[in-house]
Design a protein around this ligand. Structure first.
Ligand code: NAD
Length: 369
């Protein structure tokens, strides 16, 4: 198989971890006989520096012509005081919208060897395996008007808007995932207060009739926030709107102990996708070879699975990550779990080498499904 992949390293540690994704795909290519070609472009702060635009047209065009996209991370203190339409994060919101990437999938999996790094008690964090499905191109982050008003500009307005079609397609995606996972779907809303949530709930109930094998529960977002840290194992697939998903997925990320372990996929309805770590540009550690590249590397596994349907190859990456952790290698963010601390580049080399060689240790096969 031959695939063209756009790589947008972005800013800060994004530039360091992006190499992890390309290195493991090259290793997959060597082992399984595929060809991956990478073409690079700027986004976020790097693009502002180059062309005064957080999402230049060339970058967008490159992505549109590619089979899939890798994104590192965007943002940093240097650009924090720019007007909002010029900030690096605007590039990220715009590329999701322009590419119609409406479904953001975030698997949250507790690695046994990293249990010590979770702020939760090991007996609560153990065996967590959930998939958070967040709506990504609608809701409060995109609704208009979003502005300051009044004589003193001291009245503020944001708009939460969804269409039926936008809700239907994300809910369907979540049901499809629940069917191939553990057949449980938790829909998170605030239907006791918000009209948008009431329609959301209505649509989930309609779709539930098409998936009788899936157990459906509705949960208010405040209750979900509590349950994520008290009984995280109870969740299989969670589906929710943009803002709730943004907050809950960061909360859930801490179950695994480090943001540096969490990959994500943002998908269009035809399977085209952008793959990125959940974390940001981590300016506090950028440039020191300290970033954990595993979230980015596991995002490459998601790309193989969701965009290219190369399941065995994806599992080879997940297995390599598991083995390197089992062998005791850690990046700085995971050092509380003991073992040998290595830098970003060494961790990338270790994992890519295992991917290329294959291995014998038992895998977490399919854990990221
Ligand atoms: P962050 O995710 O960059 O960092 C939060 C904490 O986690 C920091 O202590 C950081 O050192 C640590 N961390 C993050 N990634 C890590 C990794 N791979 N390995 C080890 N430790 C890691 O979030 P923040 O500090 O709130 O934001 C920094 C910048 O990133 C801001 O400009 C923000 O807007 C941007 N941001 C971008 C994205 C994205 O590109 N998708 C997401 C979130 C934040």
């Amino acid at each position: 198989m031959k695939k063209n992949i756009a790589v947008l390293p972005g800013d800060g540690v994004g530039r360091e971890v992006a190499k992890g994704a390309t290195a493991v795909l090259e290793a997959v290519g060597q082992r399984f006989g595929h060809e991956f070609e990478f073409e690079y472009a700027n986004i976020g702060g790097a693009a502002i520096e180059e062309s005064n635009n957080p999402l230049p047209n060339e970058t967008l065009e490159l992505c549109k012509q590619s089979d899939a996209v890798f994104l590192g991370a965007v943002g940093g203190p240097k650009w924090d005081n720019l007007p909002s339409h010029m900030r690096p994060e605007r590039g990220l919101l715009a590329i999701r919208k322009e590419l119609s990437l409406f479904a953001n999938l975030r698997p949250v999996i507790g690695f046994h060897s990293l249990l010590q790094s979770s702020p939760l008690k090991p007996e609560i964090a153990e065996n967590v395996n959930m998939m958070i499905v967040r709506e990504l191109t609608g809701g409060l982050y995109f609704g208009k008007p979003s502005e300051r008003r009044g004589d003193n500009q001291e009245v503020v307005v944001d708009t939460l808007q969804y269409t039926r079609e936008e809700i239907e397609r994300i809910v369907e995606k979540a049901f499809e995932l629940a069917v191939i996972r553990n057949k449980k779907l938790t829909s998170v809303d605030k239907a006791n207060v918000l009209e948008s949530s009431r329609m959301w709930r209505e649509i989930v109930n309609e779709k539930a009739e098409l998936y009788p094998q899936v157990e459906v529960e509705h949960m208010y977002v405040d209750a979900a926030a509590m349950k994520l840290i008290s009984r995280p194992r109870d969740f299989d697939v969670i589906v929710t709107e943009n803002l709730f998903g943004d907050i809950l997925s960061d909360e859930a990320s801490m179950i695994t102990g480090s943001l540096g372990m969490l990959p994500s996929a943002s998908l269009r309805s035809d399977g085209f996708g952008m793959y990125e770590p959940v974390h940001g540009s981590a300016p506090d550690i950028a440039g020191f070879n300290k970033a954990n590249p595993m979230a980015m590397i596991l995002s490459a596994a998601l790309m193989l699975k969701y965009s290219f349907h190369l399941r065995e190859e994806a599992e080879a990456i997940e297995q390599a990550v598991q083995e390197v952790l089992n062998a005791g290698y850690r990046t700085v963010d995971l050092q509380s779990t003991g073992g040998t601390v290595v830098g970003t580049e060494q961790m990338i080399d270790l994992i890519a080498q295992r991917v290329e060689e294959g291995s014998a240790i038992s895998s977490i096969m399919g854990a990221y499904m």
